[in-house]
Design a protein around this ligand. Structure first.
Ligand code: DLL
Length: 426
């Protein structure tokens, strides 16, 4: 869709969404009353900046159904994401919401050429987490076979992958890496016997280095899929076959980038916090939701021909950012550096602590088995270049520990890469 046409559609949908919020959700009526605005003040998408923000804090205060704009008799599904602290974030869906969500995922899977005859192995967790059922419904919309293995039971996963001839894999990139490792170790399952050709990986930040690793280890094209529970789940956007940025389905979710301190929009192309307004959601419409995800938007046309805006890889959530000895560190920076070295696996675990007045930064990494030796003297030649690279790129001096192969815990869903022990001393 050309930009002007898109803006007309966004305007029409925003007007309807604001009206829906004002009339049906007391929380939004109160917020808009406080700002002295009514739905009549919102005439086009340009007026979006007049609207109030919604924060994770607001969702907690309104837990569980305070933001719902329809009676429960119109709701067909409830999902929730396990918040790290306190109550989970809840989303509810009408029939139309579920259909719109499936459309978003289907657009991503279509970029991976999924259709009838494809077997999509869904190894995201099924349950309250949106990954499993979200990917499932997206595959269904394209007429593909849904293989709901869910996460876990990895030996069986790879056996079914081979026996059933799965052509696509949908799971977190960290779990995909674990499955790839299981295939490498397996006597029964061989890469050349797999029919896998594409992967839809998301739910956590990952890097170009990890993409190369997964593409090579699994013999696939690896595509990024992005989303969050508050908007529906996976499929708010995804990569196309060009693998050059994540298209956001901006006819359904309007994106803005703001400066998280001033809350003002940043200049086009600059990094900042991603904010979404849902344009089609019925059950739980959301105005200007502050995702805390840090990225930038790219409005140049993509070589694939799709006109939907693209976003850069997510640097991380602002809440994931560590401040160590005054230096900002995103865990995904460590993954990016590790994948520059052929002798390290992309697995890592960071422990931050405080000794006296000084922050400590310990980094567990793994050597590929062909390079591993338990002898510390033989590890030194590997540690030194990694140390130097982290000092020069990130600006902190890590204490690096080499673990034995598979010595770092693997995850089935979103990987946990950090233990910040300083929180316990606070
Ligand atoms: O993770 C939905 C999802 C499921 C997306 C499966 C993709 C695939 P939540 O649990 O609510 O929902 O977590 C949302 O995860 O705000 C980002 O911080 C992060 N995230 C999701 N996808 C990506 C991605 C699901 N592709 C939060 N790259 C988001 C980086 C991602 N971060």
């Amino acid at each position: 869709m050309e930009r002007e046409q898109m803006r007309a559609l966004q305007s029409e949908r925003l007007v309807a969404t604001v009206k829906r919020c004002y009339e049906n959700v007391p929380f939004y009526k109160q917020k808009m009353d406080e700002l002295g605005i009514t739905p009549e003040d919102i005439k086009s998408i340009d007026d979006i900046v007049k609207l109030p923000f919604t924060t994770k804090h607001d969702l907690r205060d309104e837990y569980p159904f305070g933001l719902q704009a329809v009676p429960m008799s119109d709701v067909r599904r409830i999902h929730a994401s396990s918040g790290t602290t306190g109550k989970p974030v809840v989303d509810t869906y009408t029939e139309a919401d579920i259909d719109m969500w499936a459309e978003g995922v289907a657009r991503v899977m279509a970029a991976g050429d999924i259709g009838p005859g494809d077997i999509v192995q869904v190894s995201y967790g099924y349950g309250l987490f949106t990954g499993g059922l979200g990917a499932h419904d997206g595959a269904a919309k394209l007429g593909a076979v849904q293989l709901p293995t869910s996460a876990g039971n990895s030996e069986k996963q790879i056996m079914l992958m081979q026996d059933f001839g799965s052509t696509a894999l949908a799971c977190t990139p960290s779990y995909a890496l674990h499955l790839a490792e299981c295939i490498e170790k397996s006597d029964e399952v061989q890469l050349e016997n797999l029919k896998l050709r594409v992967g839809f990986f998301g739910a956590e930040p990952w890097t170009e280095g990890m993409r190369k690793e997964l593409e090579q280890k699994l013999g696939i094209k690896a595509l990024d899929i992005y989303g969050l529970t508050e908007m529906c789940g996976p499929g708010v956007g995804g990569e196309c076959e060009m693998q050059d940025g994540t298209h956001l389905w901006e006819d359904m979710f309007y994106p803005e980038i703001i400066n998280p301190d001033t809350l003002e929009p940043v200049a086009p192309g600059e990094f900042g916090e991603l904010v979404f307004t849902s344009l089609c959601k019925e059950a739980m419409p959301i105005l200007r939701y502050r995702t805390r995800d840090l990225t930038r938007l790219i409005y140049d046309k993509c070589r694939c021909g799709r006109t939907a805006v693209r976003m850069d890889r997510i640097l991380g959530r602002s809440d994931d950012m560590l401040i160590v000895r005054g230096v900002n560190v995103f865990p995904s920076q460590i993954e990016a550096i590790l994948t520059e070295f052929e002798f390290f696996t992309p697995q890592y675990f960071i422990t931050v602590d405080r000794k006296g007045n000084e922050d400590t930064f310990d980094l567990d990494v793994e050597l590929r088995s062909e390079y591993f030796s338990p002898n510390p003297a033989k590890q030194m030649p590997f540690i030194k270049p990694l140390y130097d690279r982290i000092v020069s790129v990130v600006g902190i001096k890590p204490n690096i520990h080499i673990k034995e192969p598979s010595g770092i815990a693997r995850s089935m869903g979103k990987a946990k890469h950090v233990n910040d022990k300083r929180n316990f001393h606070a």
